[in-house]
Design a protein around this ligand. Structure first.
Ligand SMILES: [Zn+2]
Length: 413
């Protein structure tokens, strides 16, 4: 299907911003937002809030929720800084689908390190920089797409409303913001997350889920030489627990239980009365998530005086994100747009998790890899494919336009 005149106009507006997209990305990449660096996160949030306000959004800051204390690893200092989540809401005309766009301001990069700027390659095809692809490029694409849709509203005849949520802790599990994300998800019809495209530019149709756990074992201490028999080693009991955890892995069906770090005992001549391990689980679907949860819960010994006593803490914080009929329809719509723009958009699945898992678990059909293309995520050679800033901005702008224009089609899903 060829593009309509209005869609061609939208694409022209994107193309006119070509140089500006890269300049914006360079300025955003230069703001350090890694490791909970509050001044950088606050500055980046403020800049984006100002731009979204200028196109009609009302801004609300939602206080960060505290993380469960058991998530803190040994030796970590507990952060009392709970970054807020920005909710920018543009009302728009009634009757159009309610679209939720989600991005994260944080990166994994050291705010005080050497990797701080966007550096284009000699041929200009790529540019290396912290967060360039994950996900400052995606944020640039989305903000420009929304600005263009407002700029072109006279031509499109569509006054599209949306909510743009920007959190600051996605890379550390979104524990400060997941309640805010789920609450917004429940109020919308379509979710879009600006995570980078999968390798080759693919769109993630489905994702596995993930969770965190911590297991504590309480034993009885005793002098290792004089009263060894009176002691009950928490470390030995934990070793047994770890063996049982490892036995839950079924790599063939995507069930992973990864254990580490560990803690146990303080000196060598005392039977240790405390040991703990932390871990991460991955699962392909809800049924396996429940099975895994039940098996790990069953390792707990209850609150009695049993020694050794085993206590399980866990949170399956990112449920699996299956390819539901609504998600398949959304993906097919994005594929049609990509095709009409003269490209292609292949579909794939991934074991990685993102905030899209949280949105979809709250009932919102979500496409979560509509950000830019690039690679080497989370490394100091992270790069963006420069042309994808334009290509992905075009894709998102036309996709949003069609989702609004085809509201009736969506409502019948
Ligand atoms: Zn990301």
């Amino acid at each position: 299907m060829p593009l309509t005149d209005v869609e061609t106009h939208l694409c022209d507006l994107v193309a006119a911003r070509r140089d500006d997209l890269l300049a914006q990305l360079a300025s955003y990449v230069a703001i350090p937002t890694g490791h909970g660096h509050r001044p950088g996160l606050d500055e980046f949030r403020r800049l984006l809030g100002t731009r979204l306000e200028a196109i009609g959004a009302a801004l609300t800051l939602i206080d960060g929720a505290p993380r469960p204390a058991w998530l803190d690893l040994p030796g970590a200092t507990r952060s009392t800084d709970l970054p807020p989540t920005l909710v920018a809401q543009r009302p728009g005309a009634a009757g159009l689908p309610r679209i939720l766009i989600v991005g994260h301001l944080d990166t994994v990069h050291d705010p005080d390190g050497d990797f701080r700027e966007l550096t284009p390659s000699s041929d200009g095809r790529t540019a290396v920089g912290p967060g360039a692809v994950d996900m400052k490029g995606g944020i640039v694409v989305a903000v420009n797409a929304l600005e263009i849709l407002v700029e072109a509203a006279d031509r499109t005849g569509l006054d599209l409303g949306w909510t743009f949520v920007l959190n600051s802790d996605e890379e550390t599990g979104s524990f400060h913001s997941d309640a805010a994300l789920a609450a917004e998800a429940a109020r919308h019809d379509i979710g879009i997350v600006l995570e980078p495209a999968l390798p080759g530019g693919e769109l993630a149709l489905e994702r596995g889920g993930a969770g965190q756990f911590m297991i504590e074992v309480f034993g009885r201490s005793a002098h290792a030489g004089r009263e060894f028999a009176k002691g009950v080693s928490a470390v030995v009991a934990l070793a047994d627990v770890i063996g049982r955890l490892a036995a839950l892995c079924e790599a063939g069906v995507g069930t992973v239980v990864n254990v580490g770090p560990l803690q146990g005992g303080l000196v060598t001549n005392t039977v240790p009365d405390y040991a703990a391990c932390w871990g991460n689980v991955r699962f392909r679907d809800d049924a396996r998530a429940r099975q895994l949860g039940a098996a790990i819960d069953a390792m707990a010994t209850g609150d009695g005086d049993t020694v050794p006593r085993v206590v399980v803490h866990r949170r399956w914080s990112r449920p699996a994100k299956p390819a539901t009929p609504s998600v398949r329809w959304l993906a097919a719509t994005a594929q049609t747009v990509a095709g009409d723009l003269g490209g292609a958009l292949a579909l794939s699945s991934t074991g990685g998790v993102c905030d899209g898992n949280i949105l979809q678990a709250a009932g919102l059909p979500t496409l979560d890899t509509l950000g830019v293309c690039g690679g080497n995520l989370h490394r100091t050679d992270e790069f963006v494919e420069v042309e994808s800033l334009v290509g992905r901005c075009r894709l998102l702008t036309v996709l949003l336009h069609r989702l609004a224009a085809g509201a009736a089609t969506l409502a019948s899903r």
